[in-house]
Write a protein that binds this ligand. Sequence first.
Ligand SMILES: Nc1ncnc2c1ncn2[C@@H]1O[C@H](COP(=O)(O)OP(=O)(O)O)[C@@H](O)[C@H]1O
Ligand SMILES: [Mg+2]
Length: 268
Amino acid sequence: MRDGSPFPRVALEARAVSHSYPGRQAFKALNDVSIALREGETLAIVGESGSGKSTLSRILLGLASPSEGQVLCFGKDIGSLSRRERAAHVQPVFQDPYSSLNPRHTLAEIVAAPLLARGEQRACALRRATGLLEEVGLGPAYAQRRPAALSGGQRQRAAIARALIADPEILVCDEPTSALDVSVQAQILNLLQEQRRERKLSVLLITHNIGVVAHMADRVAVMRHGEIVETGGVRDVLLKPRQDYTRLLISSVPDLRGGPIKPLATAP
Ligand SMILES: Nc1ncnc2c1ncn2[C@@H]1O[C@H](COP(=O)(O)OP(=O)(O)O)[C@@H](O)[C@H]1O
Ligand SMILES: [Mg+2]
């Protein structure tokens, strides 16, 4: 709520979005999906594999156009924004930190890329990138390293720094911890929480793991077969699910069965 209004604006919105992939016209990966991410909140999208989450995330990022419907970023059709305008508002964090970072560049270059692309002076951009790397837990020694020298968790830290460097209002995170060892997943989620609070980010968090939802989200939308089948506040949906499908997702996470919603363990 950067404007101080008690009624948060909608940051990113899908309006009646449907999508079919070419050659599979009978099959809709998304069918009439409407969701709104409000400013400052974390909205989780949860659903089993193949339910359409990544398709929706690419469309919300403006990386793909929907077959039908519209995506609005602060009220503007995302299709009408230039790539640079879009990138200034919305940034992605993808699942796979192994393929999302250019292997030939140093971490400082990778993180500085969005600044260099908009014409900032190289030395200054690299300096800011190095500072942000430090903020996400990768000290000065990391700035000159390349992705191959890093663990999965460290790569995801670098990917988060790259997403944050140009000061976007919105992050769209598609399974940001699914490719990581269980032991580092909580650290990356904690980093996202920290950055979200400090920068007052609006976060769309896509996951198939309802445990992640419980720890991170304010609201949740449940997807199945390309449709939103249930949506609401996290506690309402997790404690009083209305759909059998949601109940099933919840029952697959041992920590949540019947128990209270626990806060995340803090990272060492
Ligand atoms: N590029 C593509 N071409 C054809 N079908 C696709 C493509 N990407 C995804 N799909 C199909 O669309 C459906 C939704 O996929 P996806 O959005 O990746 O779901 P999720 O991220 O929830 O696992 C799946 O049936 C998948 O096979
Ligand atoms: Mg996916």
